[in-house]
Design a protein around this ligand. Structure first.
Ligand SMILES: *Cc1c(COP(=O)(O)O)cnc(C)c1O
Length: 394
């Protein structure tokens, strides 16, 4: 089956996976095995020494179920190569350790786990780490003293959905001999392909949109073969491989990714527009709204605006919590990107670890609620939000 670039994303999502089953299954089945047998030592040595590509040992990633998944993951981001991991944090930590040891400069808001890894593990290991707010971007060049550093960012960012200019960031990083790594979890490769905008490495929590059903934990890295090879050594020895069962489940999910993301995009836009009209809502953060500060940039670098919407209710933190508690369809739960809509209050969940002062500096108010808009009928979701807002704020 062709996986040429000429095919549109929805077609490629279905037809780009290898077909290795001797019995005619259209998709590679789960190779639930840790090892692979050889007929002769010479054959085994050919694989060990890299003369022949072959399956050897699952922790190394040489397992057909995992290889098929990685082929599909690379295709989605337009990358030469990809690695699958047991979680998003596994992909992120291995990438930072392989490419960030000379220094890491983070721009804008970061996922809490990434921030914690940088502060609690990377800095004590002696890796220089700097954090810049989006407004401090002009300081980037002076934070990159020598070539070989890594610039790291997320866009849209959690939970403000603020947008960074990836072309500009890539150009700045490359001028200083640094690589740019982007966590593309919020956008998904359907809405944004950072490599095509100049980034060097893309990481994902596949637990979110790529998996899409809130039933698996996984991660991914997409990059050039050379950049991927450097990370593969860390994955192998840190033992961060994805399980074959999970790899098969994730491959299944990728086939419907374009379809799901299209609906997430349109449901979130409908919810954002309704919330912008609601008298109990002070502000709506959604890149698809014309009034959003990053809207024109997002329109240029994204093909869709995603399924995440943040709202600030009229009232204080307890009022926002009461809105969340009164929602019936939106489940009060962390995570995002699944079929079902979720709600969290960032100051009590993802950003609970930050001081109130730091949250304010980052524009995260106590009255903010983060919505992961799922695939239910958007009118039902809007009605649910309206009744909860009326009860808590009315
Ligand atoms: C959830 C998430 C992660 C971490 O992924 P896990 O699969 O939970 O390890 C990293 N980055 C972003 C943006 C996330 O939302």
């Amino acid at each position: 089956m062709s996986d040429s670039d000429a095919l549109k994303p929805a077609t490629r999502a279905i037809h780009s996976q290898y077909h290795q089953d001797a019995y005619g299954s259209p998709y590679t089945p789960v190779y639930n095995t840790t090892t692979f047998r050889f007929d002769a030592t010479a054959d085994l040595l050919d694989v060990v020494e890299g003369r022949v590509r072959g399956n050897l040992y699952t922790r190394w990633g040489t397992n057909p179920t995992i290889t098929e998944l990685e082929h599909a993951l690379a295709g989605m981001e337009g990358a030469e190569s990809a690695l699958a991991f047991g979680s998003g944090m596994a992909a992120i930590s291995a990438t930072l350790l392989a490419h960030g040891r000379k220094g890491i400069v983070c721009v804008g808001d970061l996922y809490g786990g990434t921030q914690e890894f940088l502060v609690r593990q990377c800095q004590p290991l002696g890796i220089p780490v700097r954090f810049l707010l989006q407004a401090e971007l002009e300081q980037l060049e002076s934070c990159l003293p020598e070539p070989g550093c890594l610039v790291y960012c997320e866009t849209p960012a959690n939970p403000t959905l603020s947008i960074l200019d990836l072309r500009d960031l890539a150009a700045r990083a490359h001028r200083m001999g640094a690589l740019l790594a982007v966590d593309n979890t919020f956008a998904s490769p359907v809405n944004q392909r950072p490599l095509s905008l100049g980034a060097d490495l893309v990481v994902h929590s596949a637990t979110k949109y790529l998996g899409g059903h809130s039933d698996l934990t996984a991660g991914a890295l997409m990059a050039s073969q050379q950049a991927v090879n450097a990370v593969a050594e860390w994955r192998k020895n840190l033992g961060q491989i994805i399980a074959p069962e999970t790899a098969a489940l994730l491959s299944r999910s990728l086939r419907t990714l374009p379809l799901r993301i299209r609906q997430h995009n349109s449901n979130a836009l409908a919810v954002a527009r309704a919330m912008a009209q609601n008298p109990h809502v002070r502000q709506v953060h959604y890149p698809g709204l014309e009034s959003f500060p990053g809207h024109s940039l997002a329109s240029r670098q994204m093909d869709g605006f995603g399924g995440m919407v943040s709202i600030e209710v009229n009232g204080d933190g307890p009022t926002a919590a009461a809105v969340a508690d009164n929602l019936q369809l939106f489940l009060l739960a962390t995570s995002l990107g699944g079929l079902e809509s979720l709600v969290t209050q960032p100051c009590t969940t993802s950003h609970h670890g930050l001081s109130a002062e730091e949250r304010q500096r980052r524009g995260i108010s106590d009255s903010m609620l983060r919505l992961s808009v799922g695939l239910e009928d958007p009118q039902d979701l809007i009605a649910d939000l309206e009744q909860a807002l009326a009860k808590a704020c009315g």
